[in-house]
Design a protein around this ligand. Structure first.
Ligand code: KG4
Ligand code: ZN
Length: 350
């Protein structure tokens, strides 16, 4: 296979229309059109609104990406597109566009796993990943620990209920902050005391068992924050939003870092990469880097713009697959709201 392919990646799993272009592992363009403002008043992403926004944004975003990368569509060697997991209506807009491009240009298409994209995107910023690496994937829809060895992704653990980003968004809503709440909590927590309130650290107690050592649970934490706020209000006490935000964030970060390093310890893998929207969190980044230095594990975290959903991560994954000789998707591929990390390409012929 060619050594440095030009790959266009399309991401439409949620509310960001992302189009990225890479040559090999070099980022040439990363254009994102977000419909987040259209969802804000509903307090969450409305699938129908997201789908229509993707349809409107798709062609202009592709055109912008080609202009920024200074390439013509006719020069593209392969298309990569998010096949799942995500909102099916939203995914259909991206995959239909990808199929049309692949048909018109006569080039292969890789319908790829969004979660794997969140991990390998770091190659665009920090170079090739080590042969074996632990991935901590923390986004609005997922929280998982993943082992990537060569081309194989394997789930080591996942959340049993809410995703980390979902917990940030729900707690933010409770505190009267706008959607999506993660960035707001991050900012407001900077003026709060992270030790002000002792919120629970889900699935970290010894009695919760070895089976859940690498699993997460954030719904109890969310409920604990809600209960605490209500109790204070009923008692006529003021609620310090910065203190609640900082204490909540600390509980999430404690659990994420503890379990990520436990996965390194259990597998003997000394490299950790963190991806997904919550990886943009300043406290998580600082704590992970600090802890890593003290125990001799290397930690890589892409810059915040590459952590949240984007097309570059999909292009990066497509390019990596192409260079490793993976089989492209058959053009009849479908989309799926649920996709285990082990399936990196839809309709891959094993
Ligand atoms: O990966 P992403 O862009 O979309 C999904 O695939 O879900 O992640 C979005 C999530 C949202 O829940 C958002 O609140 C959270 O990432 N997020 C953050 C920060 N920036 C985005 N959470 C905490 N701190 C941040 N700075
Ligand atoms: Zn994502």
């Amino acid at each position: 296979m060619m050594s440095e392919p030009l790959v266009l990646g399309i991401e439409t799993s949620c509310d960001e229309t992302g189009v990225g272009i890479v040559r090999g592992a070099t980022l040439l363009a990363d254009e994102v059109a977000s419909s987040v403002d259209e969802h804000a008043r509903f307090g969450g992403v409305v699938p129908e609104i997201a789908s229509r926004a993707h349809l409107e944004a798709m062609v202009p975003t592709i055109e912008r990406a080609c202009a920024v990368a200074k390439v013509k569509l006719s020069n593209i060697d392969a298309i990569a597109v998010t096949g799942g997991p995500g909102l099916v209506g939203a995914l259909i807009v991206g995959t239909s566009s990808a199929k049309a491009l692949a048909l018109a240009l006569g080039i292969p298409v890789f319908a790829v796993n969004h979660l794997a994209g969140h991990i390998v995107v770091d190659e665009l910023e920090h170079g090739p990943l080590p042969d074996s690496v632990i991935g901590l994937l923390v986004s609005g829809g997922h929280s998982s620990l993943i082992q990537l060895t060569g081309s194989d992704f394997r789930a080591l653990g996942a959340t049993l209920d809410d995703a980390a980003g979902e917990a940030f968004d729900k707690v933010a809503r409770l505190l009267g902050l706008p959607f999506p709440g993660g960035p707001w909590i991050d900012q407001i927590a900077q003026s709060g005391d992270e030790n002000a309130i002792a919120f629970p650290r889900g699935l970290t107690a010894a009695h919760e068992g070895a089976a859940n050592r690498l699993n997460f649970s954030f719904s109890g934490l969310k409920t604990a924050v809600a209960r605490w706020v209500k109790q204070q209000q009923q008692a006529g006490n003021g609620v310090s939003v910065p203190d609640v935000a900082a204490s909540f964030q600390e509980a999430v970060v404690d659990v994420l870092t503890q379990k990520a390093f436990a996965a390194c310890q259990d597998t003997g893998i000394e490299h950790l990469v963190i991806g997904g929207g919550v990886a943009a969190n300043s406290r998580l980044r600082a704590r992970a880097l600090e802890r890593a230095a003290s125990i001799g594990v290397s930690v890589r975290i892409p810059r915040p713009g590459l952590c949240t959903d984007n097309g570059a991560m999909i292009a990066a994954l497509g390019s990596r697959l192409l260079m490793r000789g993976a089989t492209p998707s058959d053009l009849s591929f479908s989309t799926t709201s649920v996709l285990p990390i082990e399936t990196v390409v839809l309709d891959e012929l094993d």
